[in-house]
Design a protein around this ligand. Structure first.
Ligand SMILES: Nc1nc2c(c(=O)[nH]1)N[C@H]1C(S)=C(S)[C@@H](COP(=O)(O)OP(=O)(O)OC[C@H]3O[C@@H](n4cnc5c(N)ncnc54)[C@H](O)[C@@H]3O)O[C@H]1N2
Ligand code: MOO
Length: 638
């Protein structure tokens, strides 16, 4: 059964949801179950819940002391105290004890004047009726409503329900959601993956998304690309669950069977939607149950879930769950998009100069890390060809705005030490964070000038003077700007372990496969400089146009035989267990505007930079010199 599904539709997402929900109308709805109150956290009540008992159940003392009939104290004063005798006209009681007639008031122990006889006290003031008495039902009255219907049960609600004598509660039933990973190439985690194998991870994401959305997930064993096995797995899953998610095999591959199986077993309502990533989604109904095919790429899978699984879960759960937070932000870069799709671009958000800035991240559907790193989605509507830099955009948030507002934005050249800083920030300064985006040194300085970043890490060699960074700031900025000294780091050639091609330096590169850094990266500028020094031109370097955007990406390419050599830092070579030929030390510093120093999170950043913990960690990683780290040089100062 090897045929390709070349005819995917392109239905707009909202329309697809509407059509699908309509198709499910007859067979899917909210249902209820009765569960113990003690297990009801976060569940939603079906209808109002009423108290069975009053609380307090009886008139009770609110204070420790004695219970009296208030009227007998009426004449008490400092000059003519009234005498109380335990067991005669008063009774010793503790907080919470019942107050029985004829008593109707409590006098606090502190207001009793002791006498030589321990059973006798004097009081110097009268007590008013019902003072320090909690009347029956003060808190909860039997028959009173404790919670309305459609209410999400919180810890405090559980306490009050129990106090009011309620032990069971009727709540919305959680749908049972089967998750079936598919694909002959996928392996379970725990085994070393070989070429052609992919660690099964999407079902783990789905399981937890289902839980987060209040469904009950059941992850089923992965099914290889086999029509019969897939058919059987879907049939069984449909029988035993309310809803089934089939992952991967949703698009046009020869082994993408899902849509064929679903056509045989039921009805495919939609195949192909106008969103990106996520277009090959399948929305089907089998035996009155929703079966949704989600694409294999992790980002497509995530977006498919958000757009199509959540609206179906809403049919089972009622749609009273928390909507995602939203904010407006200013787009840092121009984004081009196709009129064919509504596109979900992952963005990092930072608050710079009082403005929220959204910086787009990698857009590939396989780039799961872009989801991890993102603070939210910026959605480009289908009817737009893109959005301009500086335009105000809507962002669906993954992270709280307060966290975003306490985050140091770092845009510029990449170094592994940024991960160290980001790891240390919240440890040394609780609730302060650092987030970095890597666009090369020049890209960082441009972002700083445009007010999109607090800090720009740079390592730019002045080829005339051999001095790092200063002259670039002097030329590019006309207002005062600070250069905070970072580290001296060893740059060199990263080559395979044992250096099998016996590369000794730049002059050995012709004839070898090189991997370069992106334009504007300090490492690339250094490489160009070194090429000149060695009498070489870019045309002589095979792979000069093969670009990677971080030191680790260069090391990963060399490690996987995608290249023979690349320039980078020693720590990247060490992290990937590769050999390293040192070429020289360069200065990796941080540029920022002096006014940023007023921000508490920038102060925290400077503190972390000078911390012992930071120095120790760099020493462990190797290839860094931290003499002078944290020193400030003001450029264009008065
Ligand atoms: N000729 C065409 N090719 C593709 C099209 C198309 O329209 N025409 N669509 C592309 C788009 S867009 C997407 S999205 C993907 C969707 O692919 P499938 O849903 O068919 O999934 P696979 O091809 O089986 O896998 C894609 C990718 O994801 C990995 N994967 C799969 N399952 C898992 C899992 N459980 N955990 C982690 N990773 C998983 C899989 O190994 C592949 O790398 O198709 C494009 N192709
Ligand atoms: O729709 Mo696919 O999810 O663009 O990559």
């Amino acid at each position: 059964m090897e045929k390709r599904n070349l005819y995917l539709n392109n239905t707009p997402a909202e329309e697809a949801v509407k059509i699908y929900r309509k198709a499910l109308e007859e067979c899917v709805g909210v249902s209820y179950e009765t569960i113990p109150v003690t297990e009801a956290l976060n569940r939603v009540t079906k209808s109002a819940v009423y108290a069975k008992y009053c609380s307090p159940l009886y008139n009770s003392a609110a204070m420790d002391g004695v219970a009296v009939k208030a009227e007998i104290t009426n004449l008490a004063s400092e000059r003519e105290p009234v005498e109380l005798v335990i067991g005669e006209n008063c009774q010793l009681i503790d907080t919470g004890d019942p107050i029985r007639p004829p008593c109707n008031a409590v006098i606090m122990a502190e207001d009793l004047v002791e006498t030589p006889d321990p059973s006798r006290f004097r009081i110097l003031a009268s007590a008013s009726p019902w003072q320090h008495v909690r009347p029956i039902g003060e808190d909860i009255v039997a028959g009173e409503m404790i919670l309305p219907g459609g209410h999400r049960i919180r810890p405090v609600d559980i306490g009050v329900l129990i106090a009011g004598g309620v032990q069971k509660v009727e709540v919305v039933r959680r749908p049972l959601v089967a998750v079936i990973p598919t694909g002959s190439e996928i392996i379970e985690p725990g085994r070393e993956p070989r070429e052609g194998e992919i660690i099964e991870s999407n079902s783990r994401m789905f399981e937890n998304m289902v839980t987060e959305q209040e469904g009950l997930p059941f992850r089923l064993p992965p099914v290889p690309d086999d029509y019969g096995l897939l058919r059987q797995a879907i049939l069984t899953a449909v029988r035993e669950h309310d809803m089934v998610l089939v992952n991967a095999g949703s698009s046009a591959g020869m082994e993408d069977y899902t849509v064929h199986v679903l056509r045989e077993l039921g009805q495919v309502i939609i195949h192909g939607v106008a969103i990106k990533p996520g277009k090959p989604v399948i929305l089907a109904v089998v035996d009155g149950k929703p079966v949704i095919g989600l694409p294999g790429y992790p980002v497509s899978a995530f977006i498919g879930f958000q757009n199509f699984v959540i609206p179906v879960l809403d049919l089972y759960l009622g749609s009273n769950r928390q909507p995602a937070g939203r904010t407006e932000a200013v787009l840092s870069r121009r984004l081009i998009s196709s009129l064919k799709y509504k596109e979900y671009v992952r963005v990092k958000i930072g608050k710079v100069d009082g403005k929220l800035i959204a910086a787009p991240l990698a857009r590939g559907a396989g780039a799961a890390m872009s989801l991890v790193r993102a603070d939210g989605f910026c959605v480009i509507d289908q009817n737009r060809e893109g959005m301009e830099a500086g335009e105000t955009v809507q962002v669906e948030l993954f992270r709280s705005l307060s966290e975003i507002e306490h985050t140091v934005m770092v845009i510029g050249s990449h170094d592994l030490l940024l991960d160290v800083l980001s790891d240390l920030m919240p440890n040394l300064h609780p609730h302060m964070f650092l987030s970095s985006t890597h666009v090369g040194s020049m890209g960082g300085l441009m972002a700083l000038r445009r007010g999109e970043t607090h800090v720009a890490p740079i390592h730019l060699l002045d080829q005339k003077t051999g001095i790092y960074n200063r002259s670039y700031l002097e030329e590019l900025f006309h207002e005062p700007v600070l250069l905070i000294k970072g580290v001296k780091r060893i740059q060199g050639l990263i080559v395979k372990k044992g250096n099998p091609l016996n590369i000794r330096g730049i002059s050995d590169l012709p004839g070898r496969r090189y991997v370069n850094r992106q334009r504007g990266a300090g490492t690339r500028i250094l490489f160009d400089y070194l090429l000149g020094e060695n009498g070489l031109t870019p045309a002589q370097i095979d792979g000069y146009t093969h670009e990677a955007s971080t030191h680790m990406a260069v090391a990963a390419l060399v490690g996987s035989d995608g290249a023979d050599a690349g320039m980078g830092i020693q720590s990247a070579a060490k992290a990937m267990d590769l050999d390293f030929l040192p070429i020289g030390a360069e200065e990796y510093d941080f540029a920022l505007y002096p006014k940023a120093l007023e921000l508490p999170h920038i102060q925290a950043f400077l503190d972390v930079l000078k911390s012992q913990a930071f120095r120790m960690k760099l020493k462990e990683m190797g290839g860094y010199d931290t003499t002078g780290t944290g020193e400030q040089i003001l450029i264009h100062g008065l």
